[in-house]
Design a protein around this ligand. Sequence first.
Ligand SMILES: Cc1cc2nc3c(=O)[nH]c(=O)nc-3n(C[C@H](O)[C@H](O)[C@H](O)COP(=O)(O)O)c2cc1C
Length: 174
Amino acid sequence: MEALELIRSLTARPAVRSFTDRAVPSEMLAQIADIARWTGSARNRQPWRFIAVQDRAHLEKLGTLGAYAQHIASAPCALVLLSADNGFQDTEFDLGKVSQSAILAATALGLGSCLATIYPDDNVAQAARLLQVEPGWLPHHAISIGYPGTPMTGSRAIVSGRLPVEKLLSIHRP
Ligand SMILES: Cc1cc2nc3c(=O)[nH]c(=O)nc-3n(C[C@H](O)[C@H](O)[C@H](O)COP(=O)(O)O)c2cc1C
């Protein structure tokens, strides 16, 4: 497939919040982390770490630590993203970049995924305790990962689709 079409097809894949029971091998999670680690970051700080969670009890608990994090509870695994608690403005931007790399890698491996936001701060602290996160790292987000199951039906609270290019891009002509 032509490179641009490949990028488009991987990027445009909808979020997956429903998974089969099929386990995701740890080697695949390592592959995902190995691709994601090449993501560029401000001053090459690489202000990220990853924790792969595969046991049901921890997945279920994580699924309660964000208002829209329930999909973690039914996923075969979650990649919890740790942000360096370093006060730099770029850190969360860097985390967004590395998440996208991980999601693209997961998609290329035939997996579905969905981000989850862990919040408010009390829940971030609970997730850190649950996963015995080292001081200085904050679990603000996690990615549910698994083989896609039957998509959920019913009305969605969030609109799907994307704004058209004409609405997003204006060419500055001085
Ligand atoms: C920073 C960020 C946080 C997100 N947090 C959640 C979340 O907590 N729960 C959830 O179900 N989806 C979450 N999502 C997924 C978005 O809802 C999803 O990307 C968006 O609705 C587009 O979905 P689509 O690609 O299926 O159209 C998050 C996405 C991003 C980029």
